[in-house]
Design a binder for this molecule. Structure first.
Ligand SMILES: [Zn+2]
Length: 317
């Protein structure tokens, strides 16, 4: 078996928050170009991300939030048809155009379809090249480029619809996954481990979180070796003890040293190493089951290289 899935959809490219926005459609092109050049598209199984059924988003979100986002999608179309610029802002950094709701349904749908395929044993693991990202989206609101929390929805889906008892969420984005924490804190069926620059947007995660949250806030300019030490000391023993039956990764690549949105110093090798560590835990306890979903990563070249290192490690090639 040992097959790695690659879930994506052209709709995810159509979500566009305006000229100059770092969370841009070209991110997916950069990933795809690099995977092609590295011949990794030959070793993964490409699958189309389906649209999530909106009811399933309520596994992680309030019904009101899902209805509100659907309402904004309608508002955007009316605004554009009336001659506007076709953008409605949800917060100062986060906007929807007429394609955003479909893109968000594809992004959450990718994580759930990948979960289905991994649980069915068709794939060992999967990477979802999707946008909008998800880890800042809280139970009741969009924020920080995120509309729906793809990983939190899929983690709950694995628990509720596939009957798993323990799932882990690993988040190595440069920003704290505050939305995932908002949704999953206190859910004893979930262990979340995260490392992020602190103090830094969204200025949470520094202290006092729930017992199922292992937060490792690190100062700006922390580099790979120090982060590997922290992961070995704090993440891996907790993951071993927890024995997750499946692992979700909030795969943000904005902690790369070339990424100007953050000030951490990871490089491609660090992403490969992190992926290998997660994979070893998954192989010991979870039949190798990993679903990884794209979060941040805004230097297009570094993003492509980092995703290639991540996918290469997932696929063991
Ligand atoms: Zn980020």
């Amino acid at each position: 078996m040992h097959k790695t899935g690659y879930f994506t959809h052209p709709d995810c490219r159509l979500h566009d928050m305006g000229r100059g926005h770092p969370e841009c459609p070209q991110r997916l092109d950069a990933i795809e170009d690099r995977l092609l050049a590295a011949r990794l598209l030959d070793v993964v199984e490409r699958r189309e991300a389906p649209l999530a059924s909106p009811e399933l988003l309520e596994l992680a979100h309030d019904r009101m939030h899902v209805a509100a986002m659907r309402g904004v999608a309608q508002e955007v179309r009316e605004e554009e048809d009336a001659g506007g610029d076709g953008l409605v802002f949800l917060d100062p950094d986060t906007a929807m155009n007429r394609h955003s709701w479909n893109a968000a349904l594809r992004a959450a749908g990718a994580a759930m379809a990948a979960t289905d395929a991994v649980m069915a044993g068709e794939l060992e693991n999967a990477f979802c090249a999707v946008r909008p990202p998800g880890h800042h989206a809280c139970r009741d609101r969009a924020m920080g480029f995120c509309i729906i929390n793809n990983v939190a929805v899929a983690a709950r889906y694995a628990l509720e619809r596939h009957g798993l008892q323990r799932v882990a969420v690993v988040d190595f984005d440069v920003h704290h996954g505050n939305g995932t924490e908002d949704i999953l804190a206190g859910d004893a069926r979930v262990l979340m481990v995260g490392i992020f620059q602190h103090p830094f947007y969204p200025y949470s995660g520094g202290n006092g979180s729930a017992p199922n949250m292992v937060n490792l806030p690190v100062p700006a300019y922390t580099k790979g070796p120090a982060i590997r030490d922290l992961v070995e000391k704090h993440w891996l023993p907790r993951l071993e003890d927890f024995r997750p039956e499946m692992i979700f990764i909030s795969a943000g690549f904005d902690a790369h040293r070339e990424d100007d949105l953050g000030q951490l110093g990871l490089v491609e090798d660090d992403y490969a190493w992190l992926t290998q560590q997660i994979k070893a835990v998954a192989r010991r306890h979870a039949k190798g089951r990993i679903v990884s979903s794209l979060e941040g990563g805004y230097n297009l070249d570094a993003l492509g290289r980092s995703v290639a290192a991540h996918v290469r490690a997932l696929a063991d090639v």
